[in-house]
Design a protein around this ligand. Structure first.
Ligand SMILES: O=C(O)C(=O)C[C@]1(C(=O)O)C=C[C@@H](O)C=C1
Length: 258
């Protein structure tokens, strides 16, 4: 995806290809996380005392990482959304003048807090090795969590590009729905059940292959490291609904920008 070429970015087929590629990143990141137990202490507020910081160990690590990444221009890219937008720093590299692709308020559409909450409460229990703490792995586990959160955030906030593409393809229909503040109508308009069904089937197929040693494929008792059914459940219950929420949140404000 080339953000310097708006036409290619707003082609729905290209967007969906990008979403398919992101599945691989997400699955492999989940597999990395599945080596570790839940290690819930890294999510507990002020469990580990950190000077001048109020929050969990995960929050502190992610916030510090975002400060560095912001200085290398990560959050100038329209597909990257920070978890700590008030803490990030100006880039040290010269700014890139991206052409306008999304509406001017698009960076305000940020559901990272909700993504983090769902990740900790619902996704970690499904992808970790079990309930419990491994004090020696808290750091590694936290860096895996950050990889997962960043990959999920990018995937879910890609809903902005999907929404912009859909708006431009059917401007009159969406304008009416937005004017009427018809949230259910917008949800219905953006939903494509066939695409969703294909995603879930593909995740099961990928989960069956990626999580195993391929040389052992035909022996008995081969286990995936993240259950394919859980992968599908995570997408069905959280990833796709949150992507749709981003689409709806983005569209509801879309007429501000015309
Ligand atoms: O591909 C689309 O049209 C999207 O809106 C993205 C997406 C998804 O999250 O993958 C969300 C809603 C649709 O029902 C299908 C798929």
């Amino acid at each position: 995806m080339d953000f310097l070429k708006p036409d290619t970015v707003l082609d729905l087929a290209n967007i969906r290809d990008a979403l398919v590629r992101m599945e691989d990143t997400i699955i492999f990141n989940f597999i990395e996380r599945s080596q570790y137990f839940q290690n819930s202490s890294v999510y507990e507020i002020n469990k580990y005392p950190i000077p001048n910081f109020d929050g969990s160990f995960l929050d502190w690590t992610l916030c510090e990482l975002e400060k560095v990444h912001s200085q290398v221009r990560r959050y100038e890219s329209p597909d990257e959304v920070p978890f700590f937008p008030d803490e990030i720093l100006p880039p040290l590299l010269p700014s890139i003048n991206y052409p306008k692709i999304l509406a001017s308020y698009s960076s305000d559409v940020n559901i990272n807090e909700l993504i983090k909450k769902n990740y900790i409460e619902n996704i970690v229990p499904l992808i970790s090795a079990g309930n419990g703490e491994q004090p020696e792995n808290l750091g590694s586990c936290t860096t895996c969590d950050i990889d997962n959160l960043q990959a999920l955030s990018r995937r879910i906030h890609f809903g902005k590009f999907v929404a912009e593409a859909k708006f431009q393809n059917e401007r009159a229909k969406y304008t009416k729905l937005i004017q009427d503040k018809d949230i259910e109508g917008i949800e219905e308009a953006i939903t494509n059940s066939a695409v969703e069904e294909k995603i879930l089937q593909r995740l099961i197929a990928k989960g069956e292959v990626y999580g195993i040693d391929p040389t052992l494929k035909f022996t008995q008792n081969v286990q995936s490291k993240v259950s394919p059914e859980y992968l599908a459940k995570i997408y069905k219950d959280w990833v796709i609904p949150l992507t749709k929420k981003v689409e709806v949140d983005y569209l509801l404000r879309r007429l501000e920008d015309d």
